[in-house]
Design a protein around this ligand. Sequence first.
Ligand code: PMP
Ligand code: GLN
Length: 378
Amino acid sequence: MNIISKLPTVGTTIFTVMSKMAVDNNAINLSQGFPNFPIDPLLVELLKQKASENIHQYNPMSGNPMLLSEIGLLIERSYQRKVQVENELLVTAGATQAIFTTIQALVHPNEEVVILDPSYDCYESPIVLSGGIPKRIPLNDSFLPNWELINQTVNEKTKLIITNNPHNPSGRIWSESDMRELEYLLHRFPNLLVLSDEVYEYITFEQKHLSVHSNEFLRSRSIVVSSFGKTFHITGWKIGYLVAPEFILKEIKKIHQFLVFCVNSVSQSVLADYLPLVKTEDLGGFYQEKRNFFREKLQSSRFELLDCEGTYFQLASYQKISDESDIDFTKRLATEFGVAAIPLSVFNSDNADRKLIRFCFAKDDETLTNAAERLCKI
Ligand code: PMP
Ligand code: GLN
């Protein structure tokens, strides 16, 4: 039987490919972004306690009411935004489902969606599945928005612009003038909406990122996506949330109810108890130490490290080491030198290769030390 693929050009994600290569070659895995250290013991304790309670059945479709209310308080503490939790908030199975569901709900055939490259890999396919047209345009050389190009690209058919701040893979964060440019763009195009992927919102270093949540005009036209996976080192729990104005969330919920109906009840219940006890403000400092530790260890290497303002990713140029393509270089890095990383070209629609690779530094000190030792020998 012949099945006609709906995503003919899509293969296995680079994160799966590189993590497998790490296992096959017994390499240290700094490729796929996930922490390798234990989670907060308090979270483990709550999980144990809660497991014996009556929390194992379906939750309300939008989320456990206690968790919704705690998320509302977290957003208010972080961004001084008062979210109407019954109408503007949805708990999702990670940011991936939030993004997929939003795009399915909003994008009609032949409508355009702007993506800024290098971009995370879960944006394009849901657009294609909706019959929409992804318009992938490059960020500038510093991985910040190229507003001239964005303004030339957006038109009456553009439904959404997807933004990611702090940015995976570059670790850059937007300036005030970038936020202002986004406002101008929305003023120029009254039907344009923003899908703001802020999953690394609490992982920022010298300065905080500017959230769409904090801007009254922007938030009235945006869907903001968060991930507990990033914030509490629990990527495998696959839980996050999105916030959107009621008229948009109404449509998103229509899709959500048939995609998952509701999210895992145990993790929602545990997080509802955990949120009032934890300080998200400490996360930036925690990862800043890891970033500094890793960068110091690489000082004597031939890699050139780019600025990293947020996220747990460090970009490095290997131009002084080799002129191979970034894909060939990362393959050799894993097979010959025992360190797995991510080539940057896969985040670009035209596979532009700037001889840059991405390391994930959400690892314990021993892993980072061992990886850096190997990298310094190259
Ligand atoms: N957006 C970005 C920028 C990411 O790096 C990730 C990665 N994990 C996601 C979305 C998806 O997050 P989740 O694991 O919560 O689905
Ligand atoms: N967000 C993770 C990264 O950028 C990958 C998650 C996944 O494998 N889907 O490495």
